[in-house]
Design a protein around this ligand. Structure first.
Ligand code: UTP
Ligand code: MN
Length: 522
């Protein structure tokens, strides 16, 4: 896990693959999933071939070489990062892919299909390949040469590439991260490359997205110290604040997180070229810690010289401090906040309603006493938990939002949709994402329950539809009852009469469907 920066499950799979073994899946894959799994190796091969093509093209393009030189890149560093060039041609990839008109290229995001026409996504751009932690090419970032919009064009999300989980430059940085014990997260491809050229090899970049929990936990596994580096402008501070919020629940007592702000107008690339590696490393080492950054930002929003300001300061600090997972760090934060607000630590603690932090481990024992709810909503939740693709089909207006399982479903489906999650996520990931949620336990139980059912994707989908059908019947019956009541009082309009009849036959049809399905859902 530490070596490749992978989660437990991925690390086991990686190891197994290396020795020719296969890790059994908890849930039998449905036909669709199995087909996709089979295609994945092809997609990796396609990406690799495209990278080789772009690299060869760079050698033949004086214009692209000139651009990189002018930006100060050496040939050595371009080779290290496998930088390439996509020629100015609508179908350049055709020269290396005989199967240009087949789907893998589209699925990889290299070719765009539009109204029956196909063309290369990347044209006349400097190409930065993005590698997975295991070293496979999973995406590209393409920079326009000179000015133009968009400055960087990135691969879309594909079966291989999930932006919120990946960082740029990890493969190249791994050894330096280990020897420095530190990882610096910057914002741009060029920053990573320039820092490496100037001797700071432990930098990686997020991929044009905000920092995610997946980023933070991945990087905290690799290094003892995590330093976020942002531009010194307003946008940089905003991005830093977002990174801070994401980091709070993931902090560890023995791994400091820092926030470095460069002087306005500079990014790591320009800074290191102007001032050199030593100066930048000095800044990195002296970067404000998470505690310092958090408290400084909050102080900036209040007047500590007034009682009202100090009260507001504590109120602002409360939700953030409550989120901190690391116990010793949390204690320090409380003390610092208390000192600034002129109260004792005990007073601050009681105001922050400090409850003992919930450790991962505390989820496990709940299982003993857990008895699953019997609602259709719970059964839906279990299926959506193990089969995220179902989230897109979920009509949340059907569920009874007063039930905790419905609220959990709402949260989970919302998250899946927002992040376009279509594949099962690990329980670790689920815990990580929802540990602060009021429904954390329920979600975790639902996933465990779902997995225990050992259904195939298709079966899960059937039971899901079964439960949806039941909920639809329930909703229709409610309406029928209220119409029926008004009918008995002679209050129905002609249209409502028709509606009433229609609903009754619809319910009959739905009930018939349930019966002919011949299944009793779990
Ligand atoms: P910046 O606009 O700060 O560019 O974007 P940069 O990294 O300094 O690049 P150079 O030095 O002008 O070449 C930072 C990062 O945001 C993402 C990219 O990942 C980029 O590296 N980005 C930016 C995009 O994805 N698309 C864009 O159009 C711009
Ligand atoms: Mn730049």
């Amino acid at each position: 896990m530490a070596y490749a920066g992978l989660g437990y499950v991925d690390a086991v799979k990686d190891l197994a693959t290396a020795v020719g073994m296969q890790v059994p899946e908890t849930r039998a894959p449905g036909p669709e999933e199995a087909a996709r799994k089979e295609r994945e190796p092809d997609l990796y091969a396609v990406m690799e071939k495209a990278m080789d093509f772009y690299r060869a093209q760079l050698k033949q393009s004086p214009k692209a070489i000139q651009y990189l030189k002018q930006r100060g890149l050496t040939g050595e560093i371009a080779a290290r990062f496998r930088i390439g060039y996509a020629p100015d041609d609508w179908q350049a990839l055709k020269s290396v892919f005989e199967e240009y008109s087949q789907s893998p290229l589209v699925e990889c995001g290299l070719v765009i299909e539009n109204e029956g026409k196909r063309y290369d996504r990347f044209r006349d751009r400097v190409m930065f390949p993005i590698f997975s932690a295991r070293g496979a090419v999973i995406g590209f970032g393409g920079r326009v040469i000179g000015d133009g919009e968009p400055k960087y064009l990135n691969s879309p999300e594909t079966p291989l590439f999930e932006k919120g989980r990946e960082v740029y430059g990890l493969v190249q940085a791994r050894d330096s991260i280990r020897s420095a014990g530190r990882v610096v997260v910057v914002e741009g491809y060029m920053d990573v490359v320039a820092l490496a050229q100037f001797g700071i090899g432990y930098a990686v970049a997020t991929l044009g997205t905000a920092t995610t929990p997946a980023h933070v936990s991945k990087l905290l596994k690799l290094a003892d110290e995590l330093v976020f580096c942002f531009d010194g402008d307003a946008a940089g501070r905003k991005a830093a604040w977002r990174a801070l919020e994401v980091s709070l629940p993931l902090t560890l007592d023995h791994k400091p997180v820092r926030f470095l702000f460069l002087p306005e107008g500079d990014d790591p690339d320009t800074y290191v070229r102007k001032h050199g590696m030593d100066e930048l490393e000095k800044l990195v080492r002296a970067a404000p810690t998470l505690t310092e950054f958090l408290l400084a930002e909050l102080r900036g929003q209040v007047e500590l010289s007034t009682a009202e300001g100090r009260a507001r300061f504590l109120a602002l600090a409360k939700p953030h401090i409550q989120k901190v997972a690391a116990r010793a760090l949390k204690l320090q934060l409380v003390k610092e906040a208390a000192r600034l607000a002129g109260v004792t630590s005990e007073e601050a603690e009681s105001m922050f309603e400090m409850v003992p932090p919930r450790a991962y481990g505390s989820f496990a024992p709940v299982r003993r006493s857990f008895s699953p709810p019997s609602s259709a909503e719970w059964r839906l939740l279990a299926r959506v938990a193990i089969c995220p693709a179902l989230a897109a089909e979920m009509d949340l207006s059907l569920v009874d939002m007063r039930l905790p399982e419905s609220q959990a479903l709402n949260e989970l489906a919302g998250w899946y949709r927002e992040h376009g999650v279509t594949r099962t996520v690990s329980d670790a990931m689920l815990i990580e994402r929802f540990r602060d949620s009021a429904h954390a336990e329920l979600l975790f139980q639902a996933q465990a329950y779902g997995l225990e059912l050992k259904e195939s994707e298709e079966q899960a989908r059937q039971y899901f539809q079964h439960a949806v059908c039941k909920l639809e019947i329930k909703r229709k019956n409610r309406e029928i009852r209220s119409l029926g009541e008004r009918l008995s009082r002679g209050l129905l309009t002609k249209e409502e009469h028709v509606e009433y009849g229609r609903m009754i036959s619809e319910v009959k049809a739905l009930e018939l469907r349930l019966q002919t399905d011949g299944r009793s859902a779990h």
